[in-house]
Design a protein around this ligand. Structure first.
Ligand SMILES: [Fe+2]
Ligand SMILES: [Fe+2]
Length: 322
């Protein structure tokens, strides 16, 4: 755990909550990532105060970070955020997912209350979070938790589902062509529970080859916004230039839900090949683009500039933003 003084915490709080009224959004994100790395109750307390903000993008990132910190002190704010029907569904979704990441069985009855929510994204997220908590506490999940990884994990994020069994370690060398094909058909099979399809998604991410990227991109024709936004998130972790055409299509599609387009913008910001930058610049200011998409482009461009300067690297690395 990092060591910070009270005055550092005070500064981080002032930045995150924009106390001066003129902190740019990307600096607020940076303060958030630093607090996330602290993982302490104090950091949870500061982050919890941010839910009064008007920016859905910021709030959904707060919820995501609280989940990644795996600190149960975050559960009250996550529960009240999920319960708040006036809140943006993208934020409520991220609160439910964070409860899944923290993975206490005491969250099961809370999540079950929203299985019939009026918002499909919220319903589906609760369904997956319940399955994840149950899996984490199953025999297989416990065995997985106890096992020591044989090699360093490429992705350090707490994912909404474990990779498909047999590919839990995600070893690229062992993934055959047939396993990519099997995973692809699982991913695209709308008869399967979303949790199982997510497991195939994270297994494909761990494989990471161009054919795995193609399989993932095929998921963009699904009709669940939640499912599609997760594919875009995974592309943001994979950072494969091979995914750029599919991501650009999503970003530019005015019929697509903002949550999905925003995640595509962030993934493109992570990939940031020269062909990508003009699109991010365009969508940062396009008046017909949803606020959350514009803000995502702004944050993505800032990250790009920041990572290409000699200033410190973003603390979250391959965890990606949400
Ligand atoms: Fe999300
Ligand atoms: Fe997101």
């Amino acid at each position: 755990m990092l060591n910070v003084s009270q005055s550092d915490l005070g500064n981080l709080e002032a930045l995150l909550l924009n106390k001066s009224g003129n902190v740019p959004l990307h600096n607020r994100f940076r303060a958030l990532f630093t607090l996330k790395a602290l993982k302490s109750d104090e950091a949870v307390r500061i982050i919890s105060k941010g839910f009064q903000d008007p920016s859905a993008l910021l709030k959904h990132e707060l919820a995501y970070c609280l989940g990644q910190m795996k600190n149960a002190a975050a559960l009250p704010i996550l529960e009240s955020t999920l319960a708040n029907e006036q809140e943006d569904p993208m934020v409520r979704h991220e609160a439910a997912e964070a409860m899944g990441a923290i993975s206490l069985t005491s969250s099961l009855p809370v999540l079950k209350k929203y299985l019939n929510d009026t918002n499909r994204t919220v319903r589906e997220t609760c369904d997956i979070a319940i399955a994840k908590i149950e899996w984490d506490h199953s025999e297989e999940g416990q065995r997985h938790l106890a096992s020591k990884p044989t090699e360093p994990r490429t992705y350090t994020s707490v994912d909404p589902a474990p990779p498909t069994s047999g590919l839990l370690a995600g070893r690229v060398g062992t993934a055959t062509v047939s396993s990519v094909e099997e995973l692809r058909s699982k991913l695209l099979d709308t008869q399967l529970p979303l949790f199982e399809r997510y497991r195939a998604m994270f297994a494909l991410r761990n494989v990471g080859t161009p054919s795995a990227v193609d399989a993932l991109a095929a998921g963009f024709s699904d009709d669940s916004a939640l499912f599609k936004h997760e594919i875009a998130f995974v592309f943001g972790q994979l950072l494969s230039p091979h995914s750029v055409p599919a991501l650009l299509q999503v970003l530019q599609n005015p019929q697509e839900l903002a949550m999905v387009r925003h995640e595509a913008a962030e993934a493109l910001g992570g990939i940031a090949t020269p062909e990508v930058l003009p699109y991010l610049k365009e969508y940062m200011t396009r008046e017909d683009a949803p606020v959350v998409v514009r803000e995502s482009c702004q944050v993505a461009l800032d990250m790009y500039e920041y990572e290409n300067s000699d200033q410190f690297q973003y603390a979250n690395g391959l965890d990606g933003t949400r």
